[in-house]
Design a protein around this ligand. Structure first.
Ligand code: NAD
Length: 478
């Protein structure tokens, strides 16, 4: 598979390629064009040219109709796309059909609706002057996406970028290029003109990703990925003064008070820790439990962990697939080894490569108790199926533990006491606070992280605003 530029699949200038693997079977899936600065430049030029054509003059309503057709086509092809996503990422097919791919279609449907009904403010001055707000496209924008939720996150950026009338160059993660690579013809069939949507495949530093970030004609970069990559992108983007939106790493927690519905809390906290093999920025990878409920919660969590079915991602019954690759699994295991060999905690579940999985990058769901707040297990993003458990005595201590990491993306607070829930939500230095729930999303709501978890917010009109140039046009009073 190649880049998708100006409505066609094309090879890299220079002809370099790379291989994408199925992490669950260690088999090669496809050979892809490996993008260079010249490829990015071709894609940006195609985008700029397309903005001078009919796309640059479309109304929000016309674009909304095109995006709705994109959503319908994704729905129609959901089984093929889900299979491709499962093979490329190692995640269970049961999650990709109803999770990743359904959400990709929803992203297009949602942004087509809100862009078509967008309200922009106008003000009447004391002197009768009229100040009106106009939203115009930025031009060519760059999207750089990670491997953990490939199509889900690419379309979370792509749909608002197109709805706002821009041309797009998308650089998907090199580990999971396939579903983004399949989008081109689908968008074309829905009525997106050539050059409006381009995909350049390849790597980040010194290659396609960096070339997109430094390109002078790319007006904005919306990036999701690691915090350190965000730093590199911010530095590289500085000379061209682009707009930047960053969704970065997380170290989320489920905070369970003794008065909570412990059955629901433990079941949801287990899902929060292990869904997508724990490779979700919003994962509740830390469990903070009030001391008096510790045993009750731990036993419930361990019972749920024991029911997780690790295995072939294409088997409908599988609930945990493979990690993204062996290199990533090494990183995850190095954290677990700190508990095993350096006394940083006690492994009470998992902590091994499943003996039944000789191939692939599988790892057992792992629970570690007795960790200290200063341990790397608590402070750093592991991004794998590892849950640490800590206890607290007071609500103040709970919030102090919750907030004491460099990250500030998300948490869940479990209590039946509404006043305490509200108090805790105010204390949490997190962009997203779920009360008695996890991963409940409404796409209108602001999404993003505090501290080292992000810069800016996406979601609803905030995404449209990011991808727009707002202009104030003023008429004098009579
Ligand atoms: P990553 O930062 O390694 O890569 C993300 C993308 O950036 C890839 O496409 C990569 O090729 C590109 N890239 C890497 N270096 C670059 C550079 N110097 N210039 C330009 N592009 C570059 O992240 P990953 O390992 O793919 O994803 C996992 C990370 O993403 C985790 O930290 C996770 O928490 C985070 N994440 C955050 C959110 C969120 O919404 N906050 C959502 C999903 C994932």
């Amino acid at each position: 598979m190649s880049h998708y530029i100006d409505g066609r699949y094309v090879a890299s200038e220079g002809g370099k390629t790379f291989t994408t693997m199925n992490p669950a079977t260690d088999e090669a899936l496809a050979e892809l064009a490996r993008g260079t600065a010249a490829d990015v430049d071709r894609a940006v030029k195609a985008g700029a040219l397309a903005m001078q054509g009919p796309w640059g003059r479309t109304s929000a309503g016309e674009r909304a109709r095109v995006l709705r057709r994109v959503a319908d086509l994704i729905d129609q092809q959901r089984h093929e796309l889900a299979r491709l996503e499962s093979q490329d990422t190692g995640k269970p097919i049961s999650e990709t059909v109803t999770g990743d791919i359904a959400r990709a279609a929803h992203n297009f449907r949602f942004f087509s609706e809100i862009a078509a009904h967008r309200e922009l403010p106008s003000y009447v001055g004391d002197d009768g002057s009229l100040h009106t707000t106009h939203a115009e496209p930025l031009g060519v924008v760059g999207l750089i996406t990670p491997w953990n939720l490939p199509l889900y996150l690419a379309t979370w950026k792509l749909a608002p970028a197109l709805a706002a009338g821009n041309a797009v160059v998308l650089k998907p993660a090199e580990l999971t290029p396939l579903t983004a690579g399949a989008l081109g013809p689908l968008l074309a069939e829905a009525g997106v003109p050539p050059g409006v949507f381009n995909v350049v495949q390849g790597f980040g530093p010194g290659e396609a990703g960096e070339a997109l970030v430094t390109h002078p004609d790319v007006k904005a970069i919306s990036f999701t990925g690691e915090t350190r990559t965000g730093e590199a992108i911010m530095r590289a983007a500085a000379p061209s003064l682009k707009k930047l939106s960053f969704e970065l790493g997380g170290k989320g927690a489920s905070v369970i008070f003794a008065d909570a519905d412990l059955d629901r809390a433990a079941e949801t906290a287990t899902r929060a820790a292990f869904r997508n093999q724990g490779q979700i920025c919003l994962a509740g990878s830390r469990l903070l439990v009030e001391e008096s409920a510790y045993e009750a919660v731990l036993q419930r969590v361990l019972a749920h962990v024991a029911k997780i079915k690790v295995g072939d991602p294409l088997d409908e019954k599988t609930t945990m697939g493979s990690l993204i690759g062996k290199e990533h699994r090494e990183k995850v295991m190095s954290f677990v080894e700190r508990a095993r060999t350096q006394g940083e905690g006690k492994i009470v579940a998992g902590g091994r490569i499943p003996p039944s999985q000789a191939r692939g990058a599988f790892y057992e769901p792992t629970v570690i108790t007795g960790v200290s707040q200063r341990s790397a297990l608590v402070q750093e993003e592991i991004f794998g199926p590892v849950l640490t458990v800590q206890t607290f005595k007071t609500q103040e201590e709970a919030m102090a533990l919750l907030n004491d990491t460099p990250y500030g993306l998300s948490c869940s607070i479990w209590t039946k006491d509404l006043a305490r829930a509200q108090w805790a939500a105010r204390q949490a230095r997190m962009g997203l606070v779920w009360i008695n729930s996890w991963f409940l999303r409404d796409l209108h709501a602001a999404f993003g992280g505090m501290k080292r978890s992000g810069v800016g917010r996406e979601g609803g009109r905030l995404s449209l605003e990011f991808f727009s140039e707002l202009k104030t046009v003023t008429f004098p009073g009579g």
